[in-house]
Design a protein around this ligand. Structure first.
Ligand code: ATP
Length: 891
């Protein structure tokens, strides 16, 4: 079908849709059944069976299985079956962990899929783009990613970057008129928009003509970028560490076997013990548990309203030393209300809150009628005319569709009687030059019923002053003299100092036949008419969040397009700006070279009147100074800075698709306090990973050492192979996972940010692993020696005591691992998962010791109650030896 050739009527008829009503739910259902969801097919995923089988591809596990088959041939059936069973259970656990990790990564991906605006049942609704069907009427604006293939119906300065399809990186200018049949290549189809391309400017409305694989993108499917790199630096480091540990474990195991054989043990027994030991000691599950800990943390973060798009960001979060945050909407509520209007030297106050159109105007404390004040009226009316937002009443509540700044202007106008109906009846917008943060203004060309044309502009007051040659004064247009400028400047400063966001309004009359097609034509030679000042209260939780960040060694920097004085007033209110702290504005920044900026930046707490392009320089300057920088943003132009930052943060509500895709973290509630929570969680996740690495490795060291010591001392085997495997299964599985879910230590936000280069064994962890592993091994061996010497004829009894001591020592040690300082720092019942895991591990140990049918399998005998004193004493010994944490604290 040649969609580009059709006119609007034929197009809508062919698609059986209407621009006003959109599709009905019934229609959507039918079309969805016919065309399927609007998704590109992805490559095949590994099946569950493959993932399960992959759990056994480990070299040592294969050797163990081979050894088991040999022992089966030698008649040791029970051993063989038990070992296979344990290996299987281990495999199931690994499989479960991996699936869980996989699933949460998938869920993450889905959470960050883009949403689009579609007209359904005569209403604009925001839906996930995969719910789009052919015939849907959609609208989009700068920053959006196009959700399907679309034939355009209306455009306003629309430009779309189509490099994903055409390779052309300069955005294409789009329009809605039919094209001739000679246009064939994608790049020529200027009245169409394609799935996956990016709106870089303006806005548009169109009808969906193709979805899913039935789009230009679908034909070259597989190009869509997934949610970025999913392996974190820590995971990579642990993988490398894993390799070293395998070699070390193998070496020690071989040593145990050789020593054992030299000491006269049977080769076959030693071989089986050695292989079991190797399987137990090699922390093959480490990467999977790390992934689980990361994804569990990520899920907790979702509950706290932040979505991690790139897993590595979780680690980097804990290293953040500077947060550069937008002001509007992130630190403030973005609930704007116009409270002041200034025009022709007078200032009116307006009462009322929110988008409710009721409130009084007062001048010098006296209530006045707006219709008696033409200059006030003009400011209000023009503020509503040069406006792309709408307010609709729904369920008795005023709801804004658009930008809060514009919502405030609309509401103020309504208070003076300039309703939407009034405006629609009298004025017709024929051209629009949308707002962008670079220009800091917007303008429209309007025609009145009296056939007069005006350009109306609104924007940052300083910008508009520069574009104005005249000013309204005494009801007349006067030239914008130096005195007038000073007066206007004083008014702007006055409003800004009260923390008000100020918007200036200006206009000019143009000829009916004059064609205004460019920003340059429209936005020069204007007549300045006045100012509207609006409050945007700070979010109440932000002040505390800033303080918590400061305590955690993280500096907060406000970055805003707003006026210096407004920004300063709000920064002071939030206690963000210290006494000697500096405020830098965009102009001063422009005059600095990169070196100067680096030097100045350290003392700057507020960057005001900056454009998105400045953000990139700011991030780079802080990074040059050695900081790990988190940077927020929402618009298309923010994307480069978000990408450059160590942690790029985008806004879930107001953020564009472009910003979201560039970011590694999305704030679902656009709230600064959420960044703090995410950092806290990021720190906690990393600490939790440290906790179970410490636990698993110390346990493994203990297991190897008890065997090694025994062989060195020419003792019998303190543990039989099946016991070694059991210890590994019981202690490594659940307790380690429960550590991954631990809550943060109380001082997690009192410590300085972690150094990015820090290795996993930093801050004494390596020492803790070795010293603790050594003590666990020693305690187990002492318990064994004591009981064995008491009754050398009952080796199985001594082995059971050693087995119990080893398990119990590890289960006590797991509580040690919850704190970087000492076991007594934390409430032992603070992690109920851990209590559950430890109790079930204990139970499993007791079952193996006391349940008669299992005794022959595990070569255990019932332990006399009195010997539990010994077992408990020996297994608690390491904790008490290290408890005063003299050894650890010194490190
Ligand atoms: P942040 O604090 O998040 O950077 P900001 O709103 O202060 O946000 P911009 O959105 O870039 O930054 O706005 C810069 C300036 O442009 C504002 O201070 C205001 O004067 C003006 N402005 C904002 N929104 C509009 C708009 N819709 N139309 C015209 N001017 C606007």
């Amino acid at each position: 079908m040649n969609w580009h050739e059709l006119n609007q009527t034929d197009l809508l008829k062919t698609m059986n849709t209407s621009i006003g009503d959109g599709l009905s739910e019934k229609d959507v259902q039918k079309r969805l059944e016919k065309h399927g969801p609007n998704e590109l097919q992805e490559g095949k995923k590994a099946s569950a069976l493959i993932i399960f089988l992959a759990q056994f591809k480990d070299f040592m596990v294969l050797i163990l299985l081979a050894a088991t088959i040999i022992s089966a041939f030698l008649g040791e059936y029970i051993d063989a079956v038990a070992i296979v069973a344990i290996v299987l259970i281990n495999g199931v656990l690994g499989f479960y962990q991996e699936r869980r990790a996989e699933k949460s990564l998938q869920a993450l991906k889905e959470l960050s899929t883009p949403h689009v605006y579609a007209r359904r049942n005569n209403e604009w609704v925001k839906i996930p783009s995969k719910h789009l069907v052919p015939g849907d009427i959609v609208k989009f604006s700068s920053g959006d990613r196009i959700g399907a293939d679309i034939r355009l119906l209306e455009t306003k300065s629309l430009e779309i970057e189509e490099s994903a399809l055409t390779g052309e990186s300069i955005p294409a200018v789009k329009h809605a008129s039919p094209l001739s049949s000679s246009h064939v290549s994608l790049g020529d189809l200027t009245n169409m928009a394609f799935m996956g391309t990016l709106v870089t400017r303006g806005s548009g409305v169109g009808v969906v003509i193709g979805t899913g694989m039935n789009t230009a993108m679908g034909q070259i499917a597989g190009m869509l970028d997934a949610a970025g790199n999913m392996e974190t630096p820590l995971q990579r480091r642990l993988e490398q560490l894993g390799k070293i540990l395998i070699v070390a474990a193998l070496f020690l195991t071989v040593l145990v076997v050789v020593l054992g054989v030299v000491q006269g043990h049977e080769l076959y027994h030693m071989f089986l013990a050695g292989v079991s030991l190797a399987v137990a000691a090699i922390p093959e599950g480490l990467p999977a548990i790390v992934t689980v800990a990361l994804s569990l943390g990520v899920q907790r973060m979702i509950k706290q309203k932040s979505i991690v798009r790139k897993l590595p960001a979780v680690e980097t979060l804990g290293c953040a030393s500077i947060i550069c945050s937008d002001k509007t909407g992130t630190m403030t509520q973005n609930k704007m209300t116009v409270t002041h209007v200034w025009a022709e030297g007078k200032t009116w106050n307006i009462s009322g809150t929110g988008y409710e159109p009721s409130g009084d105007f007062t001048l010098n404390g006296e209530i006045v009628h707006a219709d008696k004040h033409p200059s006030l009226q003009k400011v209000l009316l023009y503020g509503a005319l040069c406006n792309t937002s709408t307010i609709v009443e729904k369920d008795g509540e005023m709801r804004l569709d658009g930008d809060p700044t514009e919502g405030a202007l609309l509401t103020a106008a309504r208070k003076a009687g300039f309703t939407e109906q009034f405006i629609e009846a009298g004025f017709h917008v024929i051209e629009e030059f949308p707002f962008d943060s670079e220009r800091k203004m917007m303008s429209v060309v309007v025609e009145t019923n009296q056939k007069e044309r005006y350009v109306i502009a609104k924007g940052a007051p300083d910008v508009l002053m520069n574009r104005s040659s005249h000013i309204m004064h005494g009801g007349r247009t006067a030239s914008f003299s130096a005195t007038h400028r000073q007066e206007a400047e004083a008014a702007i400063q006055g409003l800004a100092r009260q923390a008000l966001r100020t918007i200036a309004i200006a206009y000019k009359k143009v000829g009916l036949t004059e064609k205004i097609t460019s920003v340059k034509q429209a936005e020069t030679d204007l007549t300045f008419i006045g100012l509207e000042g609006m409050i945007d209260p700070p979010r109440p939780e932000v002040r505390r969040a800033i303080k918590e960040c400061r305590d955690a060694g993280i500096k907060t920097v406000m970055i805003t397009g707003d006026h210096v004085e407004t920004a300063k007033a709000i920064a002071k209110d939030l206690s963000l700006l210290p006494k000697q702290g500096q405020v830098l504005d965009g102009k001063a920044l422009d005059q600095m070279n990169d070196k100067e900026l680096e030097q100045t930046a350290e003392n700057v707490y507020v960057f005001a009147r900056v454009s998105p392009e400045h953000k990139l320089r700011i991030v780079k300057a802080y990074q040059k100074n050695g900081h790990v920088v988190a940077m927020t943003g929402d618009g298309v132009n923010d994307a480069p800075a978000i990408k450059q930052a160590d942690i790029g943060i985008s806004m879930g509500i107001t953020g564009t698709d472009v910003a979201k895709e560039a970011s590694s973290l999305i704030l679902l509630d656009d709230n600064f306090a959420t960044i703090k929570s995410a950092i806290k969680e990021g720190r906690n996740i990393y600490e939790n990973i440290r906790k179970f690495v410490r636990y698993l490795l110390a346990s493994n060291v203990g297991e190897i050492l008890v065997m090694l010591f025994a062989m060195l001392l020419a003792l019998p085997l303190p543990l039989v192979p099946i016991q070694i495997l059991w210890v590994n299964l019981v202690t490594d599985g659940l307790p380690a996972m429960a550590l991954g879910m631990d809550k943060p230590e109380g001082d997690v936000m009192k410590r300085k940010p972690r150094n990015v280069k820090e290795g996993i064994f930093a801050r004494g962890l390596g020492w803790k692993v070795i010293s603790r592993g050594f003590l666990i091994g020693l305690a187990t061996l002492l318990a064994f020696i004591f009981v064995y010497h008491r009754d050398p004829n009952n080796l199985q009894y001594a082995q059971t005591v050693a087995f119990s001591t080893l398990v119990l020592a590890q289960l006590i040690h797991v509580f040690d691992c919850r704190s970087e300082r000492s076991i007594f720092e934390r409430n032992p019942f603070g992690n109920l998962y851990l209590i559950g895991a430890v109790l079930s591990s204990l139970l499993l140990m007791l079952v193996v010791i006391y349940y008669p049918p299992l005794q022959p399998i595990f070569k255990t005998v019932a332990v006399a109650p009195i010997d539990w004193l010994l077992i408990i004493g020996m297994s608690a010994l390491p904790t008490f030896l290290l408890a005063g944490s003299l050894l650890t604290r010194k490190k």
